[in-house]
Design a protein around this ligand. Structure first.
Ligand code: ZN
Ligand code: ZN
Length: 409
């Protein structure tokens, strides 16, 4: 099948399953120069589905890099307030967000770390207000990816640029089930499977989980009233949407103050335009009390220093080692894919939808219940063929959930 046909199927999947477009919806469409062909296909199909207006928000890696390298220091201490107001106004006017992401995994390799972390804090702070719309399911949002030449070359260094882009497209189409005859139907089956695992875990209501693998021996308590989620979310006015394409995870909230032991990452982490490899943590009372990395330790240290919540866990996610993304055998160097190929945790902010009644609690009550708060939310992968996960109930009974990386329930 040629690229054009797959692109059409991919655009259709994003609009029908990702955003579940309804007549009268509007779109904030974020993309870069590499996403133009897909953005145009999205526009053709979106309007035919009833979208009134698409507002393009354009970004470009070269321009981003130019700013990080050449702009004065003061540029990184303030975020344009008008842009937050603009986005909030759009959200209130039935605009939903589609992010077509194609990041160069190591774009900011040469940039001084202080600039990256200053900007990270400023954008985190500025977008707190906007996060209540996306994280709180007031608007529909979807992140999907497409290859940029820089990303593709970094994943397939031996190939020519053209070959690399085409190879990465193929992997993205496989990982997102676009290669199946009817991707939308395939996603409905997939969604039902995810919900089944989620329902099972919710019925069990485990008190804590044990993670065991080389370098990992971790006890993770779950808050009372924790909820396992997976697949689609539901927007306030009622329709379902799929925040990430692809998604293979069932996730919940670890107790921010009750995590003990050691944890070793199994894949490098690409974040803030940099790479961190060989991550190891030691937790006590939920807090990272010791850490190391074989590469990029200073980036990790900087990330952990964002705020107190940056040193605690905000997400625990289970993914079978036989997921379609894992079976591609590829390190995508992109968290959207790599986190869906392996069990993972996130440092930082927890999702309130993972705690029953959280939206009606005060911030103090949320914290007391064990919900973590932070300006960051950074996923890192711990899964693989050597990981066992065991659930333990309040009465002490144990259920093996994953054995050698795969679901056994
Ligand atoms: Zn996750
Ligand atoms: Zn996450």
């Amino acid at each position: 099948m040629n690229l054009q046909e797959n692109l059409k199927k991919y655009a259709g999947l994003i609009l029908k399953v990702g955003l579940n477009i309804q007549p009268g919806d509007n779109l904030l469409l974020r993309f870069s120069v590499d996403g133009l062909a897909l953005a145009r296909e999205i526009a053709r199909q979106a309007h035919a589905l009833g979208v009134h207006t698409i507002y393009p928000v354009f970004s470009d890696d070269e321009m981003t890099l130019a700013r990080f390298l050449n702009a004065p220091e003061a540029a990184f201490s303030e975020y344009p307030a008008f842009f937050v107001d603009f986005t909030e106004a759009a959200y209130k006017d039935n605009y939903h967000v589609l992010n077509l992401s194609s990041p160069n995994p190591e774009l900011l390799k040469q940039v001084a770390l202080g600039r990256i972390s200053a900007w990270q804090k400023v954008t985190g702070k500025a977008s707190e207000r906007l996060m209540t719309y996306t994280m709180g399911n007031k608007v529909k949002w979807c992140v999907a990816a497409l290859p940029s030449p820089a990303w593709a070359m970094s994943v397939f260094p031996g190939k020519t640029e053209e070959e690399a882009v085409s190879a990465l497209w193929q992997k993205i189409f496989e990982a997102t089930r676009v290669t199946e005859q009817d991707p939308v139907a395939a996603w409905q089956r997939h969604e039902a499977e995810l919900k089944r695992h989620g329902d099972f875990l919710n019925d069990q209501a485990f008190q804590y989980l044990l993670f065991q693998a080389p370098g990992t021996d971790l006890t993770v308590y779950l808050p009372k009233g924790h909820v396992w989620m997976g697949g689609s979310s539901t927007v306030e006015r009622g329709e379902a949407f799929m925040p990430n394409i692809p998604t293979e995870e069932i996730f919940s909230m670890p107790h921010a103050f009750k995590v003990e032991g050691t944890l070793a990452a199994t894949k490098p982490l690409f974040t803030r335009g940099r790479m961190i490899e060989g991550i190891r943590f030691t937790f006590k009372d939920g807090l990272v009390v010791d850490f190391d990395a074989t590469e990029g330790r200073e980036i990790l240290a900087d990330m952990l220093d964002t705020d107190e919540g940056a040193r605690r866990l905000g997400e625990v996610a289970l993914v079978g080692d036989d997921s379609p993304i894992s079976r591609t055998g590829l390190l995508f160097k992109n968290t959207l894919f790599d986190e869906n190929a392996a069990c993972h945790f996130a440092l930082g902010q927890a999702y309130s939808e993972c705690l029953m009644g959280a939206d009606d609690m005060s911030p103090e009550e949320q914290q007391q219940a064990g919900m973590n708060k932070s300006l960051i939310h950074v996923d890192f992968m711990v899964g693989g063929p050597q990981l066992d996960v065991i659930g333990v109930k309040e009465d002490g009974s144990r259920v093996h959930l994953l054995k050698q990386g795969n679901w056994v329930v």
